[in-house]
Design a protein around this ligand. Structure first.
Ligand code: ZN
Length: 246
């Protein structure tokens, strides 16, 4: 037997039995405090409008929870769970330009975002990951200092980080060991060979950054990278073609 969830399913049958649309229509009516009198009712006599409202609320809650779980799995810090391009507030022309770039970035090139803390780089990185989710792409956010530990202790996760569609490496600083410097090369290079790209976020200046990553990675990145200065008063890097990185 058919399981009638909503009155409309039942009405078709009622119409057939009663032979009248009007009679059938009056079978299930109720009074609702919110939606008034004589509103359509469910088979259990409850207001159908209220029921649908509850259903869509439950669905929205479920969708929201799915998104939160997804973002947590991607390593996005709780503080940036809700970071999107829509809620980034640019406070000058250059940050507005950077926002425009982030809105249309097509996951097809490496990006280096350099600049002082507090300029919204992490927000924008997480906002791009938010866009990646909407496009059903895979992605990860990882602070650079965690990559070595992940490689050693969680090889499966490390493989995912290498292979995902978009990787954000945040907090890249001057490395005190060759092992760590080589690690960034390994990650970027393997991803490059897989034709997936990486966004590197760092507080370093462009000169120090170039020196820190070393020649092999520099050469690797050079062919496919956009450098974004997030120091709004740094006019050495003018806009998006910014810094041909040479
Ligand atoms: Zn109601």
């Amino acid at each position: 037997m058919k399981d009638f969830t909503e009155i409309k399913d039942f009405m078709e049958l009622a119409e057939q039995i009663l032979g009248s649309k009007v009679l059938a229509a009056n079978l299930f009516k109720t009074d609702c405090e919110i939606h008034g009198s004589n509103v359509e009712a469910l088979l259990n006599g409850k207001c159908i409008v209220c029921y649908r409202g509850q259903q869509s609320k439950a669905l929205a809650t479920e969708k929201r929870q799915d998104l939160l779980n997804r973002k947590s799995e991607m390593g996005i810090p709780t503080r940036f769970t809700d970071a999107t391009c829509d809620n980034y507030v640019p406070n000058n022309d250059r940050s507005a330009k950077l926002l425009e770039f982030c809105k249309v970035y097509d996951f097809d090139t490496n990006v280096i975002m350099l600049g002082n803390t507090g300029n919204g780089k992490t927000h924008l990185g997480c906002a791009i990951l938010d866009r990646a989710i909407a496009q059903k792409l895979t992605g990860f956010y990882v602070p650079f200092y965690r990559i070595a530990e992940i490689k050693i202790k969680s090889p499966d996760l490390f493989r995912k980080i290498i292979k995902c569609d978009l990787l954000i490496v945040d907090e890249y600083g001057v490395q005190e060991s060759d092992f760590k410097s080589n690690l960034l090369y390994e990650v970027i290079n393997e991803r490059y060979n897989n034709e997936v790209y990486t966004i590197i976020i760092s507080n370093l200046s462009i000169d120090v950054f170039k020196k820190s990553i070393g020649d092999p990675l520099y050469s690797r990145l050079k062919s496919r990278v956009v450098v974004k200065s997030c120091n709004w008063d740094d006019y050495r890097l003018k806009d998006s073609k910014d810094a041909a990185f040479n």
